[in-house]
Design a protein around this ligand. Sequence first.
Ligand SMILES: Nc1nc2c(ncn2[C@@H]2O[C@H](COP(=O)(O)OP(=O)(O)OP(=O)(O)O)[C@@H](O)[C@H]2O)c(=O)[nH]1
Ligand SMILES: C[S@@+](CC[C@H](N)C(=O)[O-])C[C@H]1O[C@@H](n2cnc3c(N)ncnc32)[C@H](O)[C@@H]1O
Ligand code: SF4
Ligand code: SF4
Length: 326
Amino acid sequence: MSLIDTYGRRINYLRLSVTDRCNLRCSYCMPEEGVEKLGHCDVLSYEDLLRISAEAVAAGIEKIRVTGGEPLVRKGILDFLARIAALPGLKELVLTTNGLLLKEMAQGLKDAGVQRLNISLDSLKPETFAAITRGGELQRVLDGIDEAERVGFPPHKINVVVMRGVNDDEILDFAELTLKRPYAVRFIEYMPTCGDADWRDLTVPGAEIRERIAQRYTIEEGGSTERSGPARNFRIKGAPGSLGIITAMTGHFCEGCNRLRVTAAGVAKGCLFSGSGVDLKPVLATGDPELLRQEIQRIVAAKPGRHEVTDEGVETKPFAMSRVGG
Ligand SMILES: Nc1nc2c(ncn2[C@@H]2O[C@H](COP(=O)(O)OP(=O)(O)OP(=O)(O)O)[C@@H](O)[C@H]2O)c(=O)[nH]1
Ligand SMILES: C[S@@+](CC[C@H](N)C(=O)[O-])C[C@H]1O[C@@H](n2cnc3c(N)ncnc32)[C@H](O)[C@@H]1O
Ligand code: SF4
Ligand code: SF4
């Protein structure tokens, strides 16, 4: 089976948010006081998340990325991941994390069948890291990254949200990390999802990030695979690691978009910026897998052609990325 939308795009990638909770409060993701938490009844049970995943895979999804909030803070996550990994037909199970709990959980994640980790890391300086994350301890994340490598994960993808005047002085430091380690460092353009008025000052265009690296190093174009994300990849000549830029604001990767999202509250979204999305709870309540599969097919059919972030900002209402899963 395959899921093809009205623009001819094959949708084979599901981003599944398992919680809206987080052990950090990144300034670009949520307000300082945090966001109102979903009640326990509003968060989908693991059983329901599994039913959605099973039907999505049966319909044509090949890759599932588990995200959040912070997925590693949800109780029982390792058992859940092992059950997802066992779904027949699923080719890739991957996870996006802030890395704070990796030191303790890396082995468990590997044993559960997670194949690869994307780790958010916005600064290599303890004070800047603490300021961006509002209290996070950099060393814990670095230890977690090392531990995940030690237990045998393939080279990690490191996500860096670049913000002018905050961490853009570290673009070269992050690029140089790929000279020492085989990581895929991806710079993400800051998106004004929280409705902030000063986003123009903060967003550093991908072209500028690349140019700053190119001024210092010879760069070569790098490849991307069919199920790979929205990053445009390149590398410093001779480096074991690679670099990528996710031009969420200035670029147009929507024509190649292959993804579907389900939030922790059970709302399916054809696009990161889809306003209200489709609540899957009523169809889950019927207990009928066929109806669930049909609903997934309908959401794919209604997937918008492009994003609603333009040079003017975000057209949709502000939202906390932690609610949608990035
Ligand atoms: N606009 C937009 N941004 C996205 C999309 N997918 C990912 N991003 C941005 O890229 C960030 C990093 O995403 P990840 O969770 O690492 O997933 P990914 O980039 O799909 O990862 P891979 O599948 O490993 O390439 C997200 O949090 C978003 O900020 C997308 O479909 N549209
Ligand atoms: C919402 S987090 C969820 C997973 C996990 N807590 C983490 O931080 O990796 C997923 C991704 O969204 C990105 N993100 C959140 N808000 C963003 C924003 N305003 N602009 C760009 N990326 C953002 C984060 O950097 C992170 O890589
Ligand atoms: S980006 Fe991830 S770690 Fe940071 S607040 Fe959002 S959900 Fe938490
Ligand atoms: S903005 Fe929407 S359509 Fe564009 S790549 Fe992201 S999810 Fe896909």
